[in-house]
Design a protein around this ligand. Structure first.
Ligand code: ADP
Length: 347
């Protein structure tokens, strides 16, 4: 496998009438490292289907190669999502403070305990909380390329930054690239896009399922995630409050626009058990907006002080109390998510 043989193979990709699908000068770059190969197409607006077609053609010619096909901001690595049998799933809130980061962390650990190899990406560029919730505070400056990763260059696997690892989960956060006390103010669409794509594509993830803890709202980060990252699906976290579900509805519209499927929603802080009389108290009036839009409920997590206390200690509740009722509810949610992803692989 070398550049001339790759270019020759690409020249052989033709329409049924024999017309080549790629002009030689449309192959902007070919990067090879061992049995890894990236082809960069200089074609604007290439569809995912087109990249998948180029990918199929290369994989047929070089069956042992791990192939990436890139064009514009798109990267295709095979399979239904992030590669063969691999997925990126966004955990979205719509509204801030509904418990999205807390749930993303506990869901990641639950899937990991089920034997899934999991990564967790902090996608909230302006308020990266995941390192704190997992108690990961790397003292050393990031290994590998660090901030240089925000360049347009295609990085071969050996140069990619390795994620941190905590409790068996791979973890990556913009918080590892900039000191905790200096929250970055990242606003330009270009920068957000480059940074998020780098955190997904230029990091040496080995995980099969990467959960992204997304920021609230429908701002730049959400636009980039829905439009440019290979999301297999999304999990909503909301409280039952109408206001929270109203914000989530806007996020849902954005996902629909970009054809990102919704796996379901987790209702957080729906109820509270009275510590004195053990009676269940509803925390919010029940909104049906998301359910009316066809989003199914994956599970309900009650308000429980243990969740926030465990979070502040950097030891999430599903680890601190693995046999408790909340860990059990997470296990139910985790198995639905896992089954949903497996079905997508089979589709
Ligand atoms: P978001 O990521 O949506 O902004 P967080 O996960 O940071 O929300 O949660 C907001 C606050 O609520 C945190 O202090 C967290 O510990 C707390 N919290 C989240 N879910 C629960 C819950 N089910 N019970 C008790 N506290 C919770």
């Amino acid at each position: 496998m070398d550049e001339p043989s790759i270019r020759a193979t690409l020249a052989g990709l033709t329409a049924p009438d024999g017309v080549p699908l790629l002009a030689p000068d449309e192959v902007a770059d070919v990067v090879i490292e061992g049995d890894w190969l990236a082809v960069v197409l200089g074609r604007e607006g290439a569809s995912r289907e087109f990249l998948a077609r180029v990918h199929r053609h290369l994989t047929q010619a070089f069956p042992d190669a791990a192939v990436e096909v890139r064009a514009d901001s798109r990267v295709y690595r095979g399979g239904a999502g992030f590669g063969e049998g691999r997925h990126v799933v966004a955990v979205l809130g719509g509204k801030g403070g509904v418990g999205k980061s807390t749930l993303a962390v506990n869901l990641a650990l639950t899937l990991s305990a089920m034997g899934v190899s999991v990564g967790l990406l902090d996608g909230d560029l302006n308020a990266p909380d995941i390192p704190h919730l997992l108690g990961v505070h790397p003292k050393e400056p990031p290994r590998g390329a660090g901030l240089q990763m925000m360049t347009a260059k295609v990085m071969p696997p050996s140069e990619r930054q390795r994620p941190q690892e905590r409790f068996g989960v791979e973890v990556m956060s913009v918080g590892f690239l900039v000191p905790e006390r200096f929250p970055p103010v990242i606003s330009s669409r270009m920068l957000v896009s480059t940074l998020l794509r780098s955190l997904i594509f230029e990091v040496a993830w080995t995980a099969d399922v990467i959960l992204i803890d997304a920021p609230p709202g429908t701002g730049e980060e959400l636009q980039v995630m829905a439009g440019e990252l290979p999301l297999s699906g999304a999990v909503f976290v909301t409280t039952p409050q109408d206001l929270a579900q109203m914000d989530a509805e806007r996020t849902l519209a954005l996902l629909t626009e970009h054809e990102v499927p919704v796996i379901g929603m987790v209702e957080n802080m729906a109820s509270l058990t009275c510590p004195h009389c053990q009676e269940e108290i509803d925390m919010f009036a029940q909104s049906t907006r998301l359910a009316d839009a066809g989003v199914r409920v994956l599970g309900r997590i009650p308000f429980d002080v243990q969740l926030s206390v465990a979070a502040d200690r950097g030891r999430p509740l599903v680890l601190a109390d693995p046999r408790g009722p909340i860990a059990y509810e997470f296990a139910r949610i985790g198995s639905v998510v896992r089954r949903w992803l497996a079905e997508r692989d089979g589709a």
